[in-house]
Design a protein around this ligand. Structure first.
Ligand code: ATP
Length: 209
């Protein structure tokens, strides 16, 4: 089974996350999409939602999609959310399956700052989504890895269990959680940037004041 793992803070989840990850899921012809909030990052300031609230908003965003799992994996474990450790645990849990770690190109550009980043391709494929207006410049080491591992066809991801990097042709949706939180707190129009059920939840719980 091909499982796409989409990690992030999702504070909150927005249409940029939802539409691009669903497009990636379709392009990859995957069987499951795990949308996985990270545990609370200790350094984040400002008004933020709790881990449970972020997970609940992920669940609400994908209620119409039975193949999508609001994945509590990193919230259930008492450790920092290192993607490598999570993917290694998932590989042990599902040894027959292929894992594709999905990320935006702004995150991919800085991959060399992640914990033991070079080992990620030993446990998963990486699929990279375009993100508009992020002024992305890949770090030289990341560029080098991409040159070594890049494939142009999603079929390659079914031929081996890990190790490929694929740049996807996903829609460019110019939304970020930072901009969204700022709009909410400044009472600017924001509801159109999230799925209706997520907008309802944010209002009900008075998040991001
Ligand atoms: P923030 O503005 O707080 O950094 P964010 O909108 O980037 O938040 P994250 O939860 O940090 O959201 O992102 C999780 C993942 O989703 C990352 O890999 C990021 O690159 C990707 N992503 C976020 N927004 C988009 C978007 N509009 N299009 C494509 N990928 C996105």
């Amino acid at each position: 089974m091909l499982r796409v793992i989409f990690g992030g803070t999702f504070d909150p989840i927005h249409k940029g996350h939802v539409q691009t990850s669903l497009a990636a899921f379709t392009q990859l012809k995957a069987e499951r999409l795990h949308v996985m909030p990270s545990a609370q990052p200790p350094h984040r300031g400002g008004p933020t939602a709790t881990a449970e609230q972020r997970l609940e908003m992920v669940r609400l965003a994908f209620t119409d999609y039975p193949q999508v799992i609001a994945e509590p994996w990193e919230l259930d474990r008492q450790r920092l959310s290192y993607s490598l450790l999570t993917l290694q645990e998932m590989q042990q849990q599902w040894p027959e399956d292929t894992l594709v770690f999905l990320l935006g190109d702004d995150a991919f550009a800085k991959l060399n700052t992640w914990h033991r980043w070079q080992e990620l391709v030993q446990v998963a494929h990486l699929a990279v989504m375009q993100r508009p207006n992020q002024d992305v410049c890949w770090a030289a080491e990341v560029e080098q890895l991409a040159q070594q591992r890049r494939v142009t066809d999603s079929h390659a991801l079914k031929q081996q269990q890990a190790g490929c990097i694929l740049c996807l042709d996903t829609p460019a949706i110019d939304v970020s959680a930072t901009a969204l939180r700022s709009k909410i707190s400044h009472q600017q129009p924001w509801e159109h940037l999230v799925p209706p059920a997520v907008a309802h939840y944010i209002k009900q719980h008075q998040l991001y004041p």
